[in-house]
Design a protein around this ligand. Structure first.
Ligand SMILES: [Zn+2]
Length: 261
């Protein structure tokens, strides 16, 4: 209550001032409380910092065909392009500047535990029914943070497919679980960096094709061995802890999806 009162007093004060001061108040990011993260300044090309990093995590699913948004805390052209696509996708003014409108949309999409609205830790950590984030090659904390990044891309994919529910049939798997289900020995699932996806509303090929536009450098779907009942998506290009090269790998032959296409 106290904060609101102070804020109202500031606005009243600003309204009594000439134009320039009012514009300053209007341009500042909304003081929108969020249980996960609150941005405190507008972000655009040239800015850097942890607030940029937090933004990049949330717009990485808007990287465009075959692209990725590096989560490096530097707001460059690829981040600007992703912010623009995010803004367009949610009906906001598409200027590549993350300001009050963009932050408010992100607050709306974000749960207090930092997961996006339509995906949860529980959905990604089920493994073979054991739950939790330990037992992979990374620490539990890093694995969980990686899973959050996966979820924000899934949120973008879901939006790209018309906002219809997507189901995650497998997310993080610890080493034992990965062996149990016959996963690849250095599977991206071990890192919280992958999800197997199905949908009651969209075909697997629709999912596989759309995934190319949402920051996923690994896509396996119909026509690829053992992938006729789900689409596997991952972010292998961004994984510096696994044993494979940071390259895109797409294979869903029945859907016309292959690396570079
Ligand atoms: Zn998979």
């Amino acid at each position: 209550m106290r904060r609101n009162t102070v804020k109202r007093a500031l606005v009243a004060f600003a309204l009594a001032l000439p134009g320039a001061a009012i514009a300053t108040v209007v341009a500042a990011p909304a003081a929108h409380a969020d249980g996960c993260y609150t941005w405190k300044r507008n972000l655009y090309q040239g800015r850097s910092g942890d607030d940029v990093r937090q933004l990049q995590i949330r717009v990485a699913g808007w990287a465009g065909r075959g692209g990725i948004v590096r989560i490096d805390g530097d707001f460059g052209p690829e981040t600007a392009a992703a912010v623009k696509r995010f803004q367009t996708a949610y009906g906001l003014r598409s200027d590549g500047v993350a300001g009050p409108q963009t932050f408010n949309k992100l607050y709306q999409l974000q749960d207090n535990d930092c997961t996006p609205a339509h995906f949860s830790y529980r959905e990604l950590d089920d493994g073979c029914g054991r739950g939790g984030w330990s037992g992979g090659p990374q620490s539990a904390t890093d694995t969980k943070a990686t899973a959050v990044r996966t979820m924000w891309k899934l949120e973008a994919l879901r939006r790209g497919l018309g906002d219809r529910p997507l189901n995650v049939t497998s997310g993080f798997r610890d080493s034992n679980c990965n062996k149990q289900v016959g996963g690849a020995s250095d599977s991206q699932h071990l890192y919280g960096n992958a999800a197997d996806v199905t949908s009651p509303h969209r075909s697997l090929c629709e999912i596989a094709r759309a995934s190319r536009d949402h920051g996923f450098s690994g896509i396996y779907g119909p026509g690829y061995p053992d992938h006729d009942n789900h689409v596997h998506v991952d972010s292998r290009r961004e994984n510096n802890r696994d044993k494979s090269a940071n390259r895109t790998s797409w294979a869903a032959p029945d859907c016309g999806v292959s690396t570079g296409r």
